[in-house]
Design a protein around this ligand. Sequence first.
Ligand SMILES: [Zn+2]
Length: 394
Amino acid sequence: MGELIPLPEPVRVALGDRPRSVLIDSAALAEVRARFADSQAEALAKYLEESQSPNTLRAYRADWIGWAGWCAQEGRQALPADPLDVAVYLAAAAEARADDGVRWAFAPSTLERKAAAIAAVHAANGLPSPTRSDVVRLTLRGIRRSRRAQPKRKRPVLLHTLTELLAQLPEPGWPTEPARRRDALVLLIGFAGALRRSELATISLDDVDVQTDPGTGEPVLIIRLPVTKTDPTGVRQQQVALPRGQRPDTCPVCAYVAWTELLEIPTHEQLRAHSFETSTTLHRCHGFQGTPLSDGTGRPLFPSVSRHGRISSTAMAGRAVAELIKRYAAKAGLDPQLFSGHSLRAGFATQAALGGASDREIMRQGRWANPRTVHRYIRIATPLEDNAVTKLGL
Ligand SMILES: [Zn+2]
């Protein structure tokens, strides 16, 4: 991120003419020259110049250009500056976002440096600093304080939370059975697959393969993810494997069996008339081979479902997936603000870490390329592990 506002040409030209010693009070130096020998004035000038590192001088210079550009834009005077203008400028810079539109453009320390640059140029011109005024000091203090309050991290869905969310599924039977089965699968594979909401929304039935785990002989779901955030071209196709769960009600394969069984019913009328198997104590995934609906036509795995149980032919939007998770969170008495479509993914990493999975294992299933992302989740999971607080002897 460069400066907030492109610099008007006259300002750029005027600043370009300034020597590097922009921060040295030339009037004061002239006075020194008048009173002392040139060599003594030169020595003083040299050490004053050396008082700031070249990096600081460079930064101050860029900061001053930014400030002068803003003043030109707003029709305000840069030197000497009105303290209120400096405060407005710093507040506007504090609000600015980086090019990604998410992160802040300037850290509090950068904003303080911007203020320091304005102060330094005033000092160099023998002028009182506008940044000593209350309005500027309080603005900077407010910026520091507000940034110190950490942004709320989206709450990861841990296994017990997932169980709470699943407990909020609608009643078995008509007309809620389609939503019940679909939502259970969204919650389960979103969690076990560490999937993003956009990925959940775009999975088609053709992307799901049923294979047999050579170790247990039980079915495993293989979900191919054609498009990911890190690989939008789909050149390196990624897949996640979802083995059966310990309990039928938290088994992703059982949830898939239950959902596709319902999708296989050809008409809405037949669906309404169908009597559904409601037992949740037995695995239904044993021996499951797959569904004929994976026929290459690209049917969405997660179509939207109306309140009346009607299943649409189009996929849920990514936003609808996030809303679904928030809705279940609210029903479970949890703060929906803390749940996003990303929660299932964060929850996977946290729960896997609690279960003793290694970084490498977590990164593999979650397709995380950056270990730092995973470490952040693991820190949440095991705050006391590798943590010096346990060695304080409290
Ligand atoms: Zn199962």
